[in-house]
Ligand binder design. Structure first.
Ligand code: PEP
Length: 254
Protein backbone atom coordinates (compact mmCIF):
# COMPACT_ATOMS: atom_id res chain seq x y z
CA UNK A 1 0.00 0.00 0.00
CA UNK A 2 1.11 3.58 -0.68
CA UNK A 3 2.00 5.66 2.37
CA UNK A 4 -1.12 7.21 3.91
CA UNK A 5 -0.22 10.60 5.33
CA UNK A 6 -1.76 13.14 7.67
CA UNK A 7 0.26 16.34 7.26
CA UNK A 8 -0.37 19.36 9.46
CA UNK A 9 0.42 22.80 8.05
CA UNK A 10 0.55 25.27 10.91
CA UNK A 11 1.38 28.16 8.57
CA UNK A 12 2.31 31.31 10.56
CA UNK A 13 0.26 30.34 13.60
CA UNK A 14 0.94 29.63 17.28
CA UNK A 15 3.70 30.66 19.62
CA UNK A 16 6.46 28.20 20.49
CA UNK A 17 4.71 27.37 23.77
CA UNK A 18 1.32 26.87 22.09
CA UNK A 19 2.93 24.70 19.44
CA UNK A 20 4.65 22.53 22.02
CA UNK A 21 1.38 22.09 23.91
CA UNK A 22 -0.43 21.18 20.70
CA UNK A 23 2.12 18.52 19.82
CA UNK A 24 1.97 17.16 23.37
CA UNK A 25 -1.79 16.89 23.08
CA UNK A 26 -1.72 15.14 19.70
CA UNK A 27 1.11 12.76 20.56
CA UNK A 28 -0.47 12.19 23.97
CA UNK A 29 -3.46 10.64 22.20
CA UNK A 30 -1.08 7.76 21.42
CA UNK A 31 -2.46 6.93 18.00
CA UNK A 32 -0.44 3.99 16.81
CA UNK A 33 0.39 4.32 13.15
CA UNK A 34 0.70 1.28 10.91
CA UNK A 35 3.97 0.91 8.94
CA UNK A 36 2.14 2.44 5.94
CA UNK A 37 0.94 5.51 7.80
CA UNK A 38 2.78 8.75 8.52
CA UNK A 39 1.99 11.93 10.39
CA UNK A 40 4.00 15.02 9.50
CA UNK A 41 3.93 18.37 11.30
CA UNK A 42 4.92 21.28 9.04
CA UNK A 43 5.84 23.83 11.69
CA UNK A 44 7.42 27.30 11.52
CA UNK A 45 11.23 27.27 11.17
CA UNK A 46 11.98 28.26 14.81
CA UNK A 47 9.99 25.26 16.08
CA UNK A 48 11.63 22.55 13.96
CA UNK A 49 14.08 21.39 16.62
CA UNK A 50 11.39 21.39 19.29
CA UNK A 51 9.17 19.38 16.94
CA UNK A 52 11.97 16.96 16.20
CA UNK A 53 12.54 16.26 19.85
CA UNK A 54 8.76 15.86 20.41
CA UNK A 55 8.54 13.13 17.75
CA UNK A 56 11.95 11.58 18.45
CA UNK A 57 10.52 8.52 20.22
CA UNK A 58 7.42 8.23 18.04
CA UNK A 59 7.32 5.80 15.15
CA UNK A 60 6.25 7.35 11.83
CA UNK A 61 5.79 10.85 13.21
CA UNK A 62 7.96 13.54 11.57
CA UNK A 63 8.39 17.28 11.23
CA UNK A 64 8.57 19.27 8.01
CA UNK A 65 9.62 22.76 7.06
CA UNK A 66 6.98 24.82 5.29
CA UNK A 67 9.37 26.12 2.66
CA UNK A 68 12.99 26.31 1.60
CA UNK A 69 14.92 28.56 -0.77
CA UNK A 70 15.49 27.46 -4.35
CA UNK A 71 19.22 28.14 -4.30
CA UNK A 72 21.87 26.15 -2.48
CA UNK A 73 23.27 29.04 -0.42
CA UNK A 74 24.32 32.66 -0.74
CA UNK A 75 23.30 36.26 -0.17
CA UNK A 76 19.59 35.72 0.44
CA UNK A 77 19.00 37.44 3.77
CA UNK A 78 16.27 35.86 5.84
CA UNK A 79 16.02 32.70 3.74
CA UNK A 80 16.56 29.07 4.73
CA UNK A 81 18.17 26.46 2.47
CA UNK A 82 17.40 22.77 2.13
CA UNK A 83 20.97 22.07 3.19
CA UNK A 84 20.35 23.93 6.47
CA UNK A 85 17.20 21.90 7.05
CA UNK A 86 19.08 18.67 6.44
CA UNK A 87 21.81 19.78 8.84
CA UNK A 88 19.27 19.85 11.69
CA UNK A 89 17.73 16.52 10.72
CA UNK A 90 14.59 17.72 8.93
CA UNK A 91 13.50 15.11 6.40
CA UNK A 92 10.37 16.71 4.85
CA UNK A 93 9.61 20.10 3.35
CA UNK A 94 6.44 21.61 1.88
CA UNK A 95 7.20 23.12 -1.52
CA UNK A 96 5.07 25.34 -3.75
CA UNK A 97 2.17 25.93 -1.38
CA UNK A 98 -0.42 28.14 -3.08
CA UNK A 99 0.09 30.84 -0.43
CA UNK A 100 3.78 31.00 -1.39
CA UNK A 101 2.87 31.14 -5.04
CA UNK A 102 0.27 33.87 -4.47
CA UNK A 103 1.93 36.09 -1.86
CA UNK A 104 5.60 35.51 -2.65
CA UNK A 105 5.38 35.08 -6.40
CA UNK A 106 6.82 31.58 -6.55
CA UNK A 107 6.88 30.19 -10.06
CA UNK A 108 6.76 26.61 -11.29
CA UNK A 109 10.42 26.97 -12.30
CA UNK A 110 11.45 28.03 -8.78
CA UNK A 111 9.39 25.20 -7.33
CA UNK A 112 11.33 22.80 -9.61
CA UNK A 113 14.59 24.15 -8.16
CA UNK A 114 13.27 23.74 -4.63
CA UNK A 115 12.38 20.13 -5.38
CA UNK A 116 15.95 19.58 -6.58
CA UNK A 117 17.42 21.26 -3.50
CA UNK A 118 15.31 19.02 -1.28
CA UNK A 119 16.22 15.82 -3.10
CA UNK A 120 19.92 16.70 -3.14
CA UNK A 121 19.69 17.13 0.64
CA UNK A 122 17.79 13.90 1.38
CA UNK A 123 14.56 15.78 2.10
CA UNK A 124 11.23 14.49 0.84
CA UNK A 125 9.41 17.39 -0.82
CA UNK A 126 5.69 17.71 -0.29
CA UNK A 127 4.85 19.32 -3.61
CA UNK A 128 1.62 21.36 -3.67
CA UNK A 129 -0.47 21.97 -6.78
CA UNK A 130 -4.04 23.10 -7.39
CA UNK A 131 -6.24 25.56 -9.21
CA UNK A 132 -7.94 28.83 -8.28
CA UNK A 133 -11.71 29.21 -8.46
CA UNK A 134 -11.75 30.99 -11.83
CA UNK A 135 -9.70 28.18 -13.35
CA UNK A 136 -12.16 25.57 -12.08
CA UNK A 137 -15.12 27.61 -13.24
CA UNK A 138 -13.56 27.73 -16.69
CA UNK A 139 -13.17 23.93 -16.59
CA UNK A 140 -9.40 24.29 -16.94
CA UNK A 141 -8.33 22.60 -13.69
CA UNK A 142 -6.90 19.47 -15.32
CA UNK A 143 -4.71 21.47 -17.71
CA UNK A 144 -3.66 23.79 -14.90
CA UNK A 145 -2.34 21.06 -12.63
CA UNK A 146 -0.81 19.21 -15.60
CA UNK A 147 1.27 22.31 -16.35
CA UNK A 148 2.32 22.60 -12.70
CA UNK A 149 3.51 18.98 -12.73
CA UNK A 150 5.19 19.32 -16.11
CA UNK A 151 7.14 22.44 -15.16
CA UNK A 152 8.13 21.39 -11.66
CA UNK A 153 8.45 17.59 -11.71
CA UNK A 154 9.01 16.27 -15.22
CA UNK A 155 12.77 16.80 -15.10
CA UNK A 156 13.03 14.14 -12.39
CA UNK A 157 13.88 10.50 -12.96
CA UNK A 158 11.28 7.90 -12.00
CA UNK A 159 13.43 6.96 -9.03
CA UNK A 160 13.51 10.59 -7.84
CA UNK A 161 9.77 10.94 -8.38
CA UNK A 162 9.16 8.09 -5.95
CA UNK A 163 10.74 10.33 -3.31
CA UNK A 164 8.16 13.10 -3.76
CA UNK A 165 4.76 13.48 -2.07
CA UNK A 166 2.08 15.42 -3.94
CA UNK A 167 -0.64 17.49 -2.28
CA UNK A 168 -3.56 18.52 -4.47
CA UNK A 169 -5.05 21.65 -2.94
CA UNK A 170 -7.80 23.45 -4.81
CA UNK A 171 -7.18 27.07 -3.79
CA UNK A 172 -10.92 27.74 -3.53
CA UNK A 173 -11.08 25.16 -0.74
CA UNK A 174 -8.11 26.34 1.35
CA UNK A 175 -9.20 28.00 4.57
CA UNK A 176 -12.67 28.64 3.14
CA UNK A 177 -14.60 25.84 4.80
CA UNK A 178 -15.53 24.75 1.27
CA UNK A 179 -14.30 21.23 0.57
CA UNK A 180 -14.02 19.47 -2.76
CA UNK A 181 -16.60 16.70 -3.01
CA UNK A 182 -15.23 13.19 -2.85
CA UNK A 183 -16.06 12.89 -6.57
CA UNK A 184 -14.06 16.05 -7.40
CA UNK A 185 -11.14 14.93 -5.24
CA UNK A 186 -11.05 11.39 -6.63
CA UNK A 187 -11.34 12.63 -10.23
CA UNK A 188 -8.43 15.04 -9.82
CA UNK A 189 -6.26 12.57 -7.94
CA UNK A 190 -6.83 9.93 -10.64
CA UNK A 191 -5.93 12.58 -13.24
CA UNK A 192 -2.70 13.42 -11.39
CA UNK A 193 -1.81 9.77 -11.15
CA UNK A 194 -2.44 9.27 -14.86
CA UNK A 195 -0.09 12.18 -15.63
CA UNK A 196 2.56 10.56 -13.43
CA UNK A 197 1.98 7.23 -15.13
CA UNK A 198 2.43 8.71 -18.60
CA UNK A 199 5.66 10.43 -17.66
CA UNK A 200 7.23 8.03 -15.17
CA UNK A 201 5.46 4.71 -15.72
CA UNK A 202 2.58 3.03 -13.89
CA UNK A 203 4.68 1.44 -11.19
CA UNK A 204 6.09 4.83 -10.13
CA UNK A 205 2.66 6.47 -10.31
CA UNK A 206 1.28 3.74 -8.07
CA UNK A 207 3.89 4.46 -5.42
CA UNK A 208 3.46 8.25 -5.13
CA UNK A 209 1.22 9.40 -2.28
CA UNK A 210 -1.22 12.11 -3.36
CA UNK A 211 -2.77 14.04 -0.47
CA UNK A 212 -5.87 16.18 -0.61
CA UNK A 213 -5.81 19.64 1.01
CA UNK A 214 -8.59 22.17 1.42
CA UNK A 215 -10.72 22.44 4.54
CA UNK A 216 -10.15 18.88 5.69
CA UNK A 217 -11.85 18.50 9.07
CA UNK A 218 -12.54 15.67 11.50
CA UNK A 219 -16.04 15.34 10.03
CA UNK A 220 -15.05 14.93 6.37
CA UNK A 221 -11.60 13.31 6.56
CA UNK A 222 -12.73 9.69 6.53
CA UNK A 223 -14.88 10.16 3.45
CA UNK A 224 -12.15 12.03 1.55
CA UNK A 225 -9.37 9.64 2.59
CA UNK A 226 -11.59 6.73 1.59
CA UNK A 227 -11.26 7.63 -2.11
CA UNK A 228 -8.99 5.13 -3.86
CA UNK A 229 -6.50 7.74 -5.09
CA UNK A 230 -6.54 9.98 -2.01
CA UNK A 231 -3.70 8.98 0.29
CA UNK A 232 -4.40 11.29 3.20
CA UNK A 233 -4.48 15.04 3.64
CA UNK A 234 -2.57 18.28 4.05
CA UNK A 235 -4.45 20.07 6.77
CA UNK A 236 -4.28 23.73 7.76
CA UNK A 237 -6.87 25.12 10.19
CA UNK A 238 -7.98 21.81 11.67
CA UNK A 239 -4.40 20.82 12.42
CA UNK A 240 -4.24 23.59 15.04
CA UNK A 241 -6.94 21.95 17.13
CA UNK A 242 -5.51 18.90 18.87
CA UNK A 243 -8.72 16.88 19.14
CA UNK A 244 -9.58 17.54 15.47
CA UNK A 245 -6.19 16.54 14.15
CA UNK A 246 -6.14 13.39 16.27
CA UNK A 247 -9.38 12.32 14.57
CA UNK A 248 -7.96 13.21 11.16
CA UNK A 249 -4.95 10.97 11.80
CA UNK A 250 -7.38 8.26 12.87
CA UNK A 251 -9.21 8.61 9.55
CA UNK A 252 -6.23 7.49 7.46
CA UNK A 253 -6.74 4.29 5.46
CA UNK A 254 -5.32 1.19 7.12
C1 PEP B 1 -3.39 24.26 3.78
O1 PEP B 1 -2.88 25.08 4.51
O2 PEP B 1 -2.66 23.67 2.99
C2 PEP B 1 -4.82 23.97 3.91
C3 PEP B 1 -5.33 23.03 3.17
O3 PEP B 1 -5.53 24.73 4.80
P1 PEP B 1 -7.02 24.43 5.34
O4 PEP B 1 -7.04 22.99 5.79
O5 PEP B 1 -7.22 25.39 6.46
O6 PEP B 1 -7.97 24.65 4.20
Amino acid sequence: MRKQIAAANWKMNSTYQQGEKLMDEILGARIKLTPDQLTIFAVPFPYLLMGRSEVAEEKNYHVAAQNCHHKKSGAFTGEVSAEMLHSIGVAYCVVGHSERREYFGETNAQVAEKIDQCLQNFITPLFCCGEALDVREAGEQNNHVALQLRESLFHLTAEQMKGVIIAYEPIWAIGTGKTATTAQAQEMHAHLRSILSEQFGQSTADQVSILYGGSVKANNARELFGCPDVDGGLVGGASLVGAEFVQIIGALKK
